[in-house]
Write a new protein. Structure first.
Ligand code: UD1
Length: 354
């Protein structure tokens, strides 16, 4: 059995880690293709090193660009790669431009396509990720869903017969790394005491960063919070802050570069709260039981909200009240699975020829 994984952006490296480990353990042929969507060392290489992912077999080096140019460049380059390796399955992950490029390349070559993290929906058609995930699910021969909610969305779209609930592979990694880093002091910027109360923030989505007034309002909101806020600044955020003449290190805000995965998990585990627009971080905050406030109008990870561990900050003026709200009731609920999703993914791929 030969599986060809296509990844390119930071959260996909996290999802790839347990799949690559399972493939190696099961003795199968696993080709890793890195599109090059993320290329800074702290957005890519550190994840391969820290999560012990084998180096990519193929690196397309596409880099940044408009959605059309970036996706089209990947698509053109993937044709030859898939034709050369002739995998039994192409496996794509999540909802980035690398995902939809990989999906199109596979189906055009009639190679069976599996989509990991299928069925998530924000129902917000202004998000590029929403189009990427809907198109990929409908192209796929096999939709590997992380949650019951995702299975319901797939069924509503007529995809039930090709969907399987496997659990969330990011949970596999998060639980393992949280155990390994328990009690470690995270490397927080100067001026923030890792033993004291602090918040962790990430803001990177186009809808929050690309409009100067919206970004200014978010930064002012974070800067005015009553606790120190460590903001791990994604390159898109740094670029927009520069373009718009804003500043990140103001008021309560302390900026730092994107962190490695273990440092990030240690940081959120020790934090009083998380303020983010990242999907993965909402879930990771829940898994280490740190309350999360999400700077978006909707979330794909609705279980975190239903269980009381995540609140949507649709109105920025509510941020101070939201980040100081009392902790929700403890829960033993495990909507994201038991930490063994990757084992099921590989079993399903082996047992289910398209
Ligand atoms: C992408 C995904 C998003 C995911 C996020 C994780 C799409 C449409 N979006 O968003 O779903 O949540 O990755 O981080 O695929 N840049 C660098 N160095 C890098 C990577 C990016 O400087 O290594 C800068 C470039 O200016 C680039 C910008 O960040 O134009 C945006 O990068 P891009 O990969 O297009 O989208 P993300 O915002 O990272």
């Amino acid at each position: 059995m030969r599986i060809l994984s296509i990844v390119g952006a930071r959260p996909q490296f996290v999802k790839l880690a347990p799949i690559a480990a399972e493939m190696t353990a099961a003795g199968h042929d696993h080709i890793i293709v890195h599109t090059g969507q993320h290329y800074d060392a702290n957005m890519s290489d550190v994840f391969f090193a820290d999560l012990r992912i084998p180096a990519p077999d193929v690196h397309l080096g596409v880099g940044s660009g408009s959605h059309g140019v970036q996706t089209g460049t990947m698509l053109a380059a993937l044709d030859g790669v898939i034709a050369e390796h002739r995998p039994d399955w192409v496996l794509v992950y999540g909802d980035t431009n690398s995902t939809v490029a990989g999906a199109l390349a596979a189906v055009k070559l009639h190679v069976p396509l599996a989509h990991l993290e299928a069925g998530l929906r924000s129902f917000n058609r202004r998000m590029p990720e929403e189009h990427n995930r809907v198109l990929t699910d409908h192209a796929a021969d096999l939709c590997l869903a992380p949650t019951e909610v995702a299975m319901t969305h797939l069924a509503h779209e007529g995809l039930a017969d090709r969907s399987v609930l496997v659990g969330d592979v990011m949970t596999d990694v998060c639980l393992r790394v949280a155990r390994a880093t328990a009690g470690l002091r995270p490397p927080l910027p100067a001026g923030v005491d890792a033993e004291g109360a602090y918040l962790v923030s990430t803001i990177h989505r186009a809808e929050n960063t690309d409009d100067p007034r919206r970004l200014d309002a978010i930064i002012s909101g974070l800067a005015g919070l009553p606790l120190p806020v460590v903001i791990m600044a994604h390159p898109r955020l740094v670029a927009r802050v520069g373009e718009f003449g804003l500043t990140l290190d103001t008021g309560s805000l302390h900026s730092t570069t994107p962190m490695s995965y273990p440092d990030m998990i240690a940081s959120i585990a020790g934090a009083a709260g998380v303020v983010t627009d990242s999907g993965g971080l909402q879930k990771e905050a829940f898994l280490v039981r740190t309350p999360c406030t999400t700077v978006r109008t909707e979330t794909e990870w609705t279980e975190t909200v239903d269980l009381g561990w995540n609140v949507l900050a649709t109105d920025l003026s509510a941020l101070p009240a939201l980040v100081t709200r009392s902790r929700p009731a403890e829960t033993a609920a495990a909507p994201y699975g038991d930490g063994h999703a990757a084992t099921r993914v590989v079993e399903v791929l082996l047992g289910r020829p398209a």
